[in-house]
Ligand binder design. Structure first.
Ligand code: ATP
Ligand code: MG
Length: 555
């Protein structure tokens, strides 16, 4: 991604500047540590851009590390999709992807080291008792009756835990820290628990698994991460992160955790649990449904990776939680697509126009500009003949003066083609307009302006004889409420937008068949589209990425 502008500065970079100036770290090593229990979403993109962008800025490196310490919810499918999504966003990790599960032996050895130092012990309180003893922040907790268990006994029990001699939930390994700390995370937190479960990579080798807090700091230390960047909710875990690392025999400098605000976006949900529910309850077609806030969904919908990176930059890195507006994301999309999308004509709601003074057995082509923002893309030839389609909404009977489209007796320009004037409106028995009869002015051929007369309206059109049918999927926001999961009395599902997906067939310019999934195209006067990734039908399928203008402002 050498063409991207340098990552703008933020408070994390200021801290890194200070760390480097003080000689605290020889260089910058970051990591992006997803848990492979779901697909990546736009919130993860913020973390990816920050971690990889920071490494780039300081000529350091960034690891992709799968934080796969929970055997129950993780899956190879998620591992593969995550790696593909990070690449698609435009980033490369250092070396091979890393897996927390590759460190299980070393983590286990660290746990033994803490037991030997009398800084961890095996406890048999039930989960309910554990909570009761831990207490509330305002009063000191009660020490577990097993807190002073002799080191040898804890070591022996820990080995038996590992050897599968106990049932799930019967024994845990806990840190011996401070039962009076106002920070509950420091009141002898759980480091290891028993879980007789198959792990997606280590199989049945292990039946004890480390807690997130125990594992994460060790993963960072083993990989010699300098700056461990995570979201704000981990701020209260930081003393524990530091305690674990400082009490083990690890090479210095130790990694340091810094927190930033997570991305929240209007009109969507971002929790993996809720996204999984949408998928499993068939409320969407899958993780890559174009309405999902997942990177795979956005890719399928036609969001360019560059627009997502720009959006993440615009949102910025701060220390306070806030809600970002979907309109800002859509603005970034339009800005990018306006530069990169070729223009084509497609008529979504066709009304036939017969050009009565154009011979039936003739046809010709007109050169149309592919992208006025990018002259390199040149022109293409668009076929024209006696019968064409225009949008039904581009014609109006008894039109007001300011209606600069077609009406009886009025003249309009057909984009890149010629001028036509409407003379007759043909209706069926119910008064529904069937077709329009128009004449063209051959002197306007190719879009020239005969005798300098003014024609205000320009319509898009396709030749009926040459048109290709395409299935159009118009996607809209998945939820009608800006904060669908913030209502106490209602479920986020109650706010699903019933009109978030509209499917119909349109008449398109033949050259649309040249586009491949992911290629952006602007349907003139309508919006940005891209071919769908995996359509099986004969007809091409186009997903709407975003409308040309923000139509949600009004509502
Ligand atoms: P969830 O709570 O929905 O399961 P998560 O935070 O547990 O999400 P992880 O796979 O653990 O998901 O996340 C990987 C990295 O991405 C973490 O460092 C996490 O802080 C970061 N991340 C996740 N969601 C967001 C978000 N909305 N904004 C910024 N960073 C995020
Ligand atoms: Mg997580």
């Amino acid at each position: 991604m050498n063409d991207s502008p340098e990552t703008p500065s933020n408070f994390i970079h200021e801290k890194i500047d200070a760390d480097l100036a003080a000689g605290r770290y020889p260089g910058v090593t970051t990591r992006f540590p997803p848990e492979p229990n779901g697909y990546l979403h736009i919130g993860h993109a913020k973390s990816i851009c920050l971690n990889f962008g920071t490494a780039q800025k300081y000529n350091g490196s960034c690891n992709l590390r799968f934080d796969d310490t929970n055997p129950v919810k993780e899956d190879q499918e998620y591992v593969d999709s995550i790696a593909a999504d990070v690449k698609w966003l435009g980033f490369n990790w250092e070396g091979e992807p890393k897996f927390a599960s590759d460190y299980f032996d070393r983590m286990y050895a660290c746990a033994e080291e803490l037991i030997r130092k009398d800084l961890a012990y095996v406890c048999t309180l039930t989960p309910e008792e554990f909570k009761d003893y831990r207490g509330v922040p305002t009063r000191p907790g009660t020490p577990s009756p097993h807190r002073d268990r002799p080191v040898d006994e804890s070591l022996d029990l820990f080995h038996k835990m590992r050897n599968g001699e106990f049932e799930d939930g019967t024994y845990v390994l806990r840190g011996k820290i401070d039962m009076a700390s106002p920070n509950l995370h420091m009141r002898d937190p759980v480091f290891y628990r028993i879980r007789h479960a198959e792990h997606h990579r280590t199989g049945d080798k292990w039946c004890v698994y480390p807690s997130y807090d125990f594992a994460h700091c060790l993963e960072d230390a083993f990989e010699r991460i300098s700056h461990s960047l995570c979201t704000l909710e981990f701020e209260v875990h930081r003393p524990l992160y530091d305690w674990i690392l400082e009490n083990l025999d690890l090479p210095s400098p130790l990694p340091e955790q810094t927190e930033f605000a997570r991305l929240n976006l209007t009109y969507t949900v971002m929790s993996k649990r809720k996204l999984l529910a949408l998928v499993e309850e068939n409320l969407v077609s899958g993780w890559d449904d174009p309405r999902m806030p997942t990177l795979s969904g956005m890719r399928r919908r036609g969001y360019p990776a560059a627009a997502i990176r720009t959006f993440c930059e615009k949102v910025g890195i701060t220390k306070y939680n806030s809600l970002s507006d979907m309109a800002l994301l859509e603005f970034s999309l339009r800005e990018e697509l306006n530069k990169t999308a070729q223009r084509r004509m497609a008529v979504l709601d066709p009304l036939k126009v017969v050009i009565t003074n154009y011979p039936e057995d003739e046809e010709e082509t007109f050169a149309a500009v592919n992208n006025p923002e990018d002259p390199k893309t040149g022109t293409r030839q668009v076929p024209f003949s006696r019968e064409i389609y225009i949008e039904r909404a581009d014609f109006m009977e008894q039109a007001p003066k300011k209606f600069f489209r077609l009406s009886e007796g009025r003249e309009v320009r057909l984009r890149a083609a010629c001028y036509i004037t409407c003379h007759d409106v043909i209706k069926d028995g119910d008064g529904v307009i069937q077709e329009l009869h128009c004449t063209w002015d051959p002197a306007s051929r190719g879009g020239g302006t005969p005798d300098g007369r003014k024609v205000k309206g320009t319509l898009h059109w396709v030749s009926a004889r040459h048109a290709v049918d395409a299935e159009i999927r118009n996607y809209d926001r998945l939820f009608t409420d800006p904060e669908p999961d913030s209502h106490e009395e209602k479920d986020f599902r109650d706010f699903l937008n019933p009109d978030s997906r509209e499917v119909f067939v349109a008449k398109c310019e033949p050259s649309l068949s040249e586009f491949a999934p992911g290629d952006p195209v602007q349907f003139e006067r309508i919006g940005y589209y891209t071919p769908d990734l995996d359509h099986t039908s004969e007809t091409p399928v186009f997903n709407r990425t975003v409308t040309l203008r923000d139509s949600w402002k009004k509502s």
